[in-house]
Design a protein around this ligand. Structure first.
Ligand SMILES: [Zn+2]
Length: 194
């Protein structure tokens, strides 16, 4: 889950926005579609700072997102505008405070409610994006099998995943870059098969 977090152990005194990579990549692909990296090409140039990042998530601070904001009504509008180029929708998001103080982490903290709460708050991992090798191979396959068969296969393998079906105006490269490694593998198998 994306969300605002104050977590002293991880981020010091900073209030951060933990952005889930798959979600924000999808927002970016849908609304901007430039095909570049949303963090380095949009968020950072707009003044946001990456405090920390991990597999599938990135923690950001910055103007309008975590700085100079009303902490009782946090929204990701500023980031949304930087990444999609469109006005934000104004959703107010709650602030999660992770208590990792000495008291909370001593004693029986590795079991029970406190540990469960920490596990819950850890940003969720997500499958790795498709590799360059997979993308290259898939590009070859597209020209081989034709657009129609490719689209059918694409829309069938993304079913039940977080990946949206191919957009009507979406370029093949853009659609491919939205794939995760396992789904790309599945698509390859489907297209190579009989
Ligand atoms: Zn873009």
């Amino acid at each position: 889950m994306s969300g605002f977090t104050r977590d002293t152990k991880r981020y010091g005194d900073n209030l951060v926005y933990e952005a889930l990579g798959s979600k924000w990549r999808r927002y970016h692909d849908t609304h901007c579609g430039c095909g570049l990296n949303w963090v380095t090409e949009h968020a950072e140039p707009a003044g946001f700072t990456v405090v920390r990042s991990g597999t599938g998530w990135v923690a950001l601070t910055g103007p309008g997102l975590t700085e100079d904001v009303d902490e009782s009504a946090l929204t990701a509008n500023a980031l949304w505008e930087a990444v999609t180029g469109k006005p934000g929708a104004g959703w107010v998001e709650p602030l999660n405070i992770v208590d990792r103080s000495e008291a909370a982490s001593s004693g029986r903290s590795t079991t029970g409610a406190a540990a469960a709460k920490r596990r819950e708050r850890r940003p969720e991992a997500e499958p790795e994006p498709a590799t360059d090798k997979q993308l290259k191979y898939l590009t070859t396959l597209v020209s081989k099998v034709g657009r129609e068969r490719f689209d059918t296969a694409f829309n069938s393998v993304v079913q039940g995943t977080e990946i949206a079906p191919r957009g009507t105006d979406e370029k093949t490269g853009q659609a491919l870059r939205r794939l995760t490694q396992p789904v790309a593998r599945k698509l390859i198998t489907t297209l190579v098969g009989p």
